[in-house]
Design a protein around this ligand. Structure first.
Ligand code: ATP
Ligand code: MG
Ligand code: MG
Ligand code: MG
Length: 477
């Protein structure tokens, strides 16, 4: 049962060859021309059912959405838009599709509509391109680190650690609901829910990743990550994928260099391997932007934007410098922020991040040395006593795509910071061991995979770049 994929057929097929193709009918015209798609490319294969060669009962079943198996001969196409087509010898319907009920009509559907039909949206050109690009990006992640000799470490999904201390954890329980222990005031007591211990879904693989770096020197994780984000933004999911390299003997500067090189590698990979899909997405974006008022449209098309990022250094500045720029721009009436930056110490909102990237520098930005109060306990404390060796990478159209830091490798400093933040040292004794036995400077970062996919595809809602989005109001399929 040999099957030729349509992408391959269109690229390397030769007239005269007999082939078998299988796929789903996109359209059927003039009782003769089937546009067939198998997901390998947005270019449909034209299958010709020569008039008079097939009985009417069969032709009636060639409706949009039906699945078919076609055996036939490759011939040069006279129609426009393709050079090859297949003249069908046999057509077998594998699965009928009721044209009246099939939700995807051969027309352009809105992304909102397709979000409601997420189980079928892979069959559209937009989502075909998005998910082939996503696949390539995932492949490129492994290629990048493999070439550099990193070990791919699988950190656990179920864990007791709350790396970020942000309290956005999904709790895991092994107990029947009615047996959940209660605190004195009647709330559920989650201290003993995982076989007598406490557990949650991972919010970051970093702490476990650091253990790996302290042995393999260079590791990365790439897996599902969970945050109970009860917010409806276009860049937050309850379940997302994160890539987290952790490197021994690296400092903040090395960390920024690695992150910038990594992002550029991913972009280059997709430019080299997904040209057809990128062109499709670029055109889609351009059409979408035509609906916007002039001043809301981007100056560069999608591909030009990616090329620009590849060819320019990211802007690097400190948090303190960024605050000065943002305070300055408060005074400019036209650029007023919804949350004006009053002064040093506040966390940046995404409107501030996007202002720096899109309006001020017009390129990706790496911000360093954030106030320690707004960052996690494990970040290395700078000598000023106020800031930590953190770095966030901000991308146009998105804001933060990377959060990283040099880690605090000095046991006494780390313990003192944990005390200040009321983090019990007993619970992280395994983590502190890396500082007790052969500690070294080390650094790492987390890249939100979906935010990277958003950036590369030019899509604007994170729900459209993950196959099955998990958000406060969507957990069905
Ligand atoms: P944000 O400020 O956007 O909420 P964060 O600072 O809470 O992000 P980090 O803890 O720094 O996120 O996580 C590292 C990276 O993971 C982020 O830079 C981002 O790319 C991604 N990320 C974080 N939370 C989410 C989420 N809920 N959905 C998708 N990606 C996320
Ligand atoms: Mg967050
Ligand atoms: Mg953040
Ligand atoms: Mg962050």
């Amino acid at each position: 049962n040999k099957r030729t994929k349509i992408k391959q057929l269109l690229a390397t097929g030769e007239a005269g060859q007999t082939v078998t193709v299988m796929g789903w009918v996109r359209t059927f015209r003039n009782n003769q021309f089937i546009a067939l798609n198998d997901g390998s490319t947005n270019n449909n294969l034209q299958v010709v059912a020569t008039l008079g060669s097939f009985d009417d009962a069969l032709l009636k079943r060639l409706t949009t959405g039906a699945s078919v198996k076609v055996t036939g001969e490759i011939v040069a196409s006279v129609g426009k838009g393709q050079t090859l087509e297949v003249k069908a010898n046999t057509i077998e319907i594998l699965g009928d599709s009721d044209a009246e009920k099939y939700p995807l009509q051969p027309k352009k559907h809105s992304l909102e509509f397709l979000r409601e039909k997420a189980h079928l949206r892979f069959r559209t050109n937009t989502f075909g391109s998005v998910f082939r690009v996503r696949h390539s990006l995932a492949f490129a992640v492994h290629e990048f680190f493999n070439r550099k000799g990193f070990v791919y470490l699988h950190t656990p999904v179920i864990t007791a650690s709350d790396a970020e201390g942000a309290g956005e954890m999904f709790r895991v329980t092994t107990l029947p609901l009615e047996n959940l222990p209660k605190t004195e005031d009647g709330a559920i007591d989650f201290k003993e829910d995982f076989f007598g211990k406490s557990a949650n879904l991972t919010v970051s693989g970093q702490l476990e990743g650091e253990l790996g770096a302290m042995a393999f020197s260079d590791i990365y994780t790439f897996g599902p990550t969970f945050r109970a984000e009860n917010s409806n933004t276009t860049r937050h999911l309850a379940e997302f994928w994160m890539i987290e390299p952790e490197v021994a003997f690296n400092d903040l500067e090395d960390n920024m260099n690695l992150a910038e090189e990594f992002i550029k590698y991913l972009i280059q990979y997709v430019m080299d391997h997904n040209r057809e899909d990128l062109s499709f997405l670029a055109q889609r974006l351009a059409e979408e932007e035509k609906q916007l008022p002039q001043d809301k449209r981007s100056e560069l098309g999608l591909i030009e934007k990616l090329e620009f990022v590849l060819n320019n250094d990211f802007e690097r500045l400190t948090y303190t410098e960024a605050i000065e720029i943002l305070k300055e721009s408060n005074h400019n009436k036209k650029k007023k922020f919804q949350y004006p930056v009053e002064g040093w110490g506040v966390d940046l909102q995404s409107e501030h991040e996007r202002y720096l990237v899109e309006k001020h520098f017009k390129k990706p930005v790496i911000l360093t040395n954030y106030p320690k109060e707004i960052k996690a306990f494990y970040m290395r404390q700078n000598d000023d006593g106020k800031t930590v060796a953190a770095m966030d990478i901000l991308a146009p159209g998105i804001g933060e795509i990377v959060g990283g830091s040099q880690r605090e490798e000095r046991l006494d400093k780390l313990e003192q910071r944990m005390k200040e933040m009321h983090i019990p040292a007993e619970e992280l004794s395994w983590y502190l061991d890396t500082r007790r036995f052969g500690t070294v400077p080390h650094a790492g970062f987390g890249l939100g995979f979906e935010r990277m996919v958003l950036f590369v595809t030019g899509m604007t809602n994170i729900r459209d770049v993950i196959a099955f989005a998990r958000t406060p109001n969507n957990c069905e399929f």
